[in-house]
Design a protein around this ligand. Structure first.
Ligand code: NAD
Length: 479
């Protein structure tokens, strides 16, 4: 019998996991369970990552994790275990279907049925943050070509497998031309390989607003990590409740299945939590494992229970609900409905094979990369750009590299900055090669030595490169 790893988590986690396991037991799902402890207790016992090495071993052996939500203690430098797991296990795709169950669950959008395909490994969730000056902290946004190709291709393959008609890309490439620009560019390249599926792109702000106001106009949405996190909660809430949505985290060898909501400490231990989100994730897991009969039987019993108006408090509504139940009562009602199909909601049509495989991306031919200058970031409390420029020019007047521009939080403040621009203590000083320079890294090193000996507080450098002769770095705003 296939063995999977389960984690009961924190808050409402144990209650909703027990409800799911009771339903699995009643449906005679042929699985064995290995339970691991993760989350708050493990963090507080001294594991800064929230998981012990034996728990990692269990997941790596079994390859499948059904996980209830966990609580990440606030402060204290604890890293989110959810993010660590998704990244460490290479779970690159996070699939979050959200659907309206109108009229049985109140929703303004009876026909809504949207799948969010969220990139899961990179973007701002790389978690690379630094305090650089007294006033400024930074977080690096990393978007890669292979990471974007994998998730976007997955979205189109998902659409193909499940008969979906349209894939919409959300990005903010009008502002982040390099990072979100790359994601959008790759979306256009891959969309061209799937002419049978409609594709379009929306700027994330209007996209999120439309998703909240007209969710029925979306089918599959693919987007990067942070935007996906936000819009999938919007979609779930608009569909009826965050308590109804499950999420599937897929990698090439491992997979993790969880509810999209958190550990809901406000209702923990009160038999009020809706176990549907974790159950939806668990049903997707059964499809993934090829247990389509069991998955369909449970899903249809769940739909029938929703249709019968047997509801937990989060979705209970006097107009459409018939019986208010707790977590346990809801699980018992599903068990009583095993073998029955819904009569009004659409029963599930099992996919022939739920596993989506995408080709391994082949790296593109490397471009010719040339160093054309350097951005040197400087910490200076004096808020005067002209003074800093003079100091830098005096220090570097003999170097084969020349100060071109200074920005503060991205806005050009030298030369010819505006008095109105507010400056912090964090300055980006752009140097470019002069005609006498050799254009090599040694010149950057000499420049740094010169600045250091002139007591300039350099906090970081960023090389400026052209790829195949095209400058690939952002201009200053106002440059
Ligand atoms: P939350 O999702 O736990 O709760 C938000 C609201 O939704 C609360 O009012 C809660 O009662 C309600 N709710 C959530 N799930 C429900 C369910 N199944 N049935 C009925 N009502 C439900 O979000 P939060 O309060 O922001 O976070 C609480 C904790 O969960 C934090 O420690 C956070 O870090 C953690 N969290 C964990 C995960 C995860 O493990 N995947 C995800 C998000 C948040």
């Amino acid at each position: 019998m296939k063995k999977i790893t389960i984690a009961k988590g924190d808050g409402i986690g144990p209650e909703i996991m027990d409800a799911v396991l009771d339903i699995f037991h009643a449906a005679q799902v042929p699985l064995e369970y290995e339970t691991i402890e993760i989350g708050e207790k493990v963090y507080l016992n001294g594991h800064a990552s929230g998981i012990s090495s034996s728990s990692w071993d269990s997941i790596l052996n079994n390859k499948i994790l059904l996980k209830a939500p966990i609580t990440t203690p606030q402060g204290g430098g604890y890293k989110s275990l959810n993010v660590t797991m998704r990244k460490a296990l290479g779970l690159f795709a996070n699939i979050r279907p959200t659907q309206s169950y109108f009229p049985f669950v109140a929703s303004n959008f009876p026909k809504m049925n949207v799948v969010i395909v969220r990139e899961n490994e990179e973007d701002l969730y790389a978690g690379i943050e630094h305090q650089q000056t007294d006033e400024v902290v930074q977080c690096l946004k990393l978007i890669s070509r292979p990471g974007s190709e994998k998730i976007i291709r997955y979205a189109f393959e998902y659409a193909k497998k499940y008969g979906r008609k349209k894939v919409t890309c959300f990005s903010k490439d009008n502002i982040m031309k390099q990072t979100d620009g790359l994601f959008h560019q790759i979306f256009k390249e891959i969309a061209a390989e799937y002419p049978e599926i409609q594709s379009n792109h929306m700027i994330i702000d209007i996209g999120a607003a439309r998703l909240a106001a007209k969710p029925e106009s979306f089918d599959v949405i693919v987007t990067s990590n942070l935007y996906g996190d936000i819009v999938s909660d919007i979609a779930a809430e608009v569909a009826g409740s965050v308590g109804l949505a499950g999420s599937v985290n897929i990698g090439t060898s491992c997979a993790m299945f969880e509810a999209i909501h958190g550990s809901a400490p406000d209702i923990a231990g009160q038999d009020k939590a809706n176990p549907s989100g974790l159950l939806q994730a668990a049903i997707a897991m059964l499809f993934h494992l090829g247990l389509a009969d069991e998955a369909s039987k449970i899903q249809n019993a769940w739909l029938k229970t929703i249709e019968d108006g047997i509801h937990t408090p989060d979705i209970y509504n006097e107009a459409t609900s018939k019986q208010l139940v707790g977590t346990k009562g809801f699980a018992q009602a599903i068990i009583a409905n095993l073998g029955q199909n819904p009569t009004q909601l659409q029963p599930i049509t099992p996919p022939k094979d739920a596993v989506i495989s995408i080709p391994i991306t082949t790296p593109k031919k490397p471009k010719v990369k040339s160093l054309v200058g350097v951005d040197i970031f400087v910490h200076q409390a004096n808020r005067n750009a002209d003074t800093l420029a003079l100091q830098l020019q005096q220090a570097t007047h003999e170097a084969g590299i020349q100060l071109k521009m200074i920005t503060n939080r991205g806005v050009k403040v030298w030369p010819n900055g505006l008095e109105e621009t507010f400056c912090t203590d964090h300055w980006r000083c752009r140097f470019e090669w002069t005609s006498q320079s050799n254009g090599n890294y040694q010149e950057v090193v000499s420049l740094l030595q010169t600045l250091y000996s002139n007591q300039i507080d350099v906090i970081k450098t960023e090389n400026l490169y052209a790829f195949d002769g095209v400058p690939m770095y952002s201009m200053g705003q106002g440059q």
